[in-house]
Design a protein around this ligand. Sequence first.
Ligand code: PA5
Length: 446
Amino acid sequence: MLRFDYRNLLANNYIPTAIENKRLDGFAGKCQEADQDIRRERQADILGFYTLPEYDTKHIKSYVSQLDPEFDTMVVLGIGGSALGNKALYNALKTELGLKRKLFVYDNVDPVYLQEILDSIDLQHCVFNVITKSGTTAETMAGYMILLDLIKKKFPQDYRKRVVITTDREKGFLRQVINNEGYSSFIVPDNVGGRFSVLTDVGLLSSAFVGMDIDKLLWGAGQMRQRCENQAILENPAYLNGLLHFLYMREGKNVSVMMPYSNSLYDFADWYRQLWAESLGKRYDRKGREVFVGQTPVKALGTTDQHSQVQLYAEGPRDKVFTFLTVEKFQHDFVIPNLHPERPEVSYLGGKKLSELLNAERFATEIALTRAGRPNCNLIFPEISEETLGEAIMMYEIQTVFTGKLLNIDPLDQPGVEAGKVATYALMGKAGFDKERNEIEEYKKL
Ligand code: PA5
């Protein structure tokens, strides 16, 4: 079970300026309102991610088991919420579980990156998973057209078995492609937004393909959901962390640094970055008033970034809240041999495990930041597993929605992202975007 150590988010001898425990009581009413709002939306089937622990995964397992055994690689084409969860899960577990099948995620339109992926795969052994909820995102559509063209030409007889599409149940251009071509397909549920969709077909299909036990992911998510039903705020990690981050935002701490001490969890921090940024960064509140809220999520890697960022974190502006991700037990470890027992410069390391050094350095950074009066917390993974990842995903999804309620904004929309999509359509000559195209012409004259 994940453990959440929030002691350094609350005022103590080292961080007297942090939020006082008793201040939380003053927000009990606001938290209760947010909780009631969430419960209402769950009833109304708006917050679909809450129901995913009960999701029936038979169709996914059946698809994977019937796939041609020659497929040992999946290439996901998707972006944002249609990509980041896949990467987070795969990179967290590929080495810990010794996954045999490979996953590549093409989530950009960088031609060199596409070439790199093509250089690393054998088309013969690849299945391509196009993921897009809207079915229109330019980046995903571009990758889809390039790769489909490639495999149609290379495998004219059986290209269909090499493609699977994950999109809306009925709407969108890709659903028509599925119907016309007869590709296998999966669904992004209506009531689960892109960045909340990792525990739907969006993230589960690639995870099952590479060999994860996806039911364990959902089980972990269910355990966390259960913990987060607790009305006692100190027992509810998502609500507590949400409330504390909300209070720090009000004090001008507008940067949230997530620092895993584990390369495997680095992409989890990237997933979090999208969830937190896109959900909470909003211009208007629910009453239409301009508020310009949000907290900039930053990812840093322990120990690597101790030699790059921690100077700033300890002595720079007091605008940050820190979250460490700690792993207690790694599946792989190394004992450092005592190569120079006579030399005190290095002999203290001899006989110690790498994981011991890693976690000592994590603790050292915590102490340094705490002594410097910087609020920080620690999410402790007893190990990196499907269960603990499921827990962490559910915790942050609930925390994000709860914090959105406290901020009185809509955490489920993304008008800023949509504006960027529209401008791209206009620039690239898509029909129906003449007005935007004319506006851009005016902009160019400036
Ligand atoms: O969270 C979101 O809604 C976005 O990040 C989307 O996931 C992203 O823009 C991709 O959209 P789509 O899945 O429609 O291609």
